[in-house]
Design a protein around this ligand. Structure first.
Ligand code: ASP
Length: 439
């Protein structure tokens, strides 16, 4: 019988009314069997996410007055939700059990947001609770162990028709708790969906799906009805926060269709992500906070030195020089790894992606149109275009690019190749293929 794994994000479980809304969504379709939950998120723009409050608690753990002040905010948030369902005494007990973990390491402290939320929701909805520490496995070095996680998930869930599972964390072999990256509940959901062979993975959030652009910059952005995994992978690596980039590969590998949906508007169709279809309307996204080093050496020489040490966000190459792009936080590691190769001083850059289907020749048109504003360009197999620009020209390039592609029709799916851009051999850092340096 077909079944669905659903993940509900922080805004979907932010208060008791949202808990009820999630319960309504589950009731509507009993094939929604495994439910992964984030920690309660912001209720309005001035509010704080529970996860951020928990990190604060941990940071001030040596100062009892500050700790009490931060902890009381966490406590009150959870008690307020529990009170609505007459589960206050249960929550008091779970909070008391959790408190020692807030005083140990940061990962254990942060994990309690998801733990307490899922515990409470399971009790409220009368569904079994399964602790993520039994399901999501990390190795001794703290890296996610996907294969071990798949076996653990199958072992724990095979005989359970329904389960509520906290997202975001798991355990190391010695039992210590370990979190995924921020926003990692999407990854928990994807791992559960893949391990159990779900027919559909639903990622419930607070927007109507994957949008054609960042709505904070472009308020007229609209949701797309479909997009391919490869295109989604690129958008989420470049700032589209609707789905965690690390969640896409497990879903792509097992070809599990994924639907991004709005918890507040469950009748909206959302966005369907599959191997079969390209994007239904052109999208743009981009990110700043990147640094570029221009190395005077061919791409291969640089990659040999960087292999496995630094996750590259992009590589634009010409015959004898290579522009290497990393998150600024990784810059010093990259500089160290490249010692011996002559490099220019680092500079802040932005990478922008346009995702649509086909028309590779548009790259030439855009090169002309944006000349002087971009320093690198690449057309990928999956119908995406990547542009390298400076931090100061980011918004202008993004806006011009959007204006250029927004009205374009989507050609038929058949014309569209579906390569997954981040599939790389083991131990090779995940990176796009080299792109052309302009000028
Ligand atoms: N609660 C965690 C965070 O805020 C994980 C998640 O929401 O997926 O990052």
């Amino acid at each position: 019988m077909s079944f669905i794994v659903c993940k509900f994000g922080g805004s979907s479980v932010a208060d008791s009314a949202m808990f009820q809304q999630v319960a309504r969504i589950l009731k509507k379709d009993p094939s929604r069997r495994y439910i992964v939950l984030s920690a309660p998120g912001k209720r309005d723009s001035r509010d704080k996410k529970i996860t951020d409050l928990l990190y604060r608690c941990h940071a001030v753990r040596h100062n009892p007055t500050d700790f009490e002040a931060e902890y009381s905010r966490v406590r009150e948030r959870f008690l307020e939700i529990a009170r609505a369902f007459s589960l206050e005494s249960h929550m008091e007990q779970w909070l008391a059990e959790s408190q020692p973990l807030l005083l140990s390491d940061a990962d254990s402290a942060a994990s309690r947001g998801e733990y307490l939320c899922a515990r409470l929701f399971a009790e409220f909805a009368s569904l079994p609770f399964v602790d993520a520490k039994e399901l999501i496995c990390f190795d001794e070095g703290g890296q996610l162990d996907e294969e071990a996680s798949y076996s653990a998930i199958r072992k724990a869930l095979s005989n359970l028709p329904f389960a509520v599972i906290p997202g975001f964390y798991g355990a190391m072999p010695d039992g210590r708790l370990r979190t995924l990256k921020r926003g990692g509940s999407d990854v928990t959901g994807a791992l559960v969906a893949r391990a159990m062979g779900a027919d559909l993975y639903e990622n419930w959030t607070d927007v109507d799906g994957v949008l054609t652009a960042d709505p904070k910059l472009f308020p007229d952005a609209v949701p797309v009805t479909r997009i391919s995994y490869a295109q989604m992978g690129l958008l989420s690596r470049l700032g589209a926060s609707v789905l965690h980039p690390d969640s896409i590969k497990p879903l792509f590998d097992a070809c599990i269709p994924t639907r991004v949906r709005n918890t507040r508007r469950p009748l909206a169709p959302g966005t369907l992500i599959t191997t079969e279809s390209g994007v239904s309307a052109p999208c743009v996204s981009g990110t700043t906070g990147l640094s570029m080093l221009r190395a005077y050496a061919p791409a291969e020489a640089c990659l040999n030195k960087l292999m496995g040490k630094v996750p590259l966000e992009g590589i634009f190459s010409a015959y004898d020089r290579t522009d290497l792009i990393v998150r600024t936080s990784e810059l010093s590691v990259m500089q160290h790894a490249l010692s011996g190769i002559n490099c220019t001083p680092p500079r802040g850059v932005a990478v922008i992606a346009a995702v649509w289907n086909g028309r590779p020749r548009l790259a030439d048109t855009l090169c002309r149109l944006l000349s002087g504003l971009i320093s690198g360009i690449q057309h990928t197999q999956s119908g995406c275009l990547l542009l390298l620009t400076g931090e100061e020209t980011y918004l202008e390039v993004l806006t011009r690019l959007r204006n250029e592609i927004r009205g374009m029709p989507s050609p038929s799916d058949a014309a569209f190749p579906h390569a997954f851009p981040y599939e790389t051999p083991e131990n090779v850092p995940s990176m796009p293929t080299p792109m052309k340096i302009i000028g």
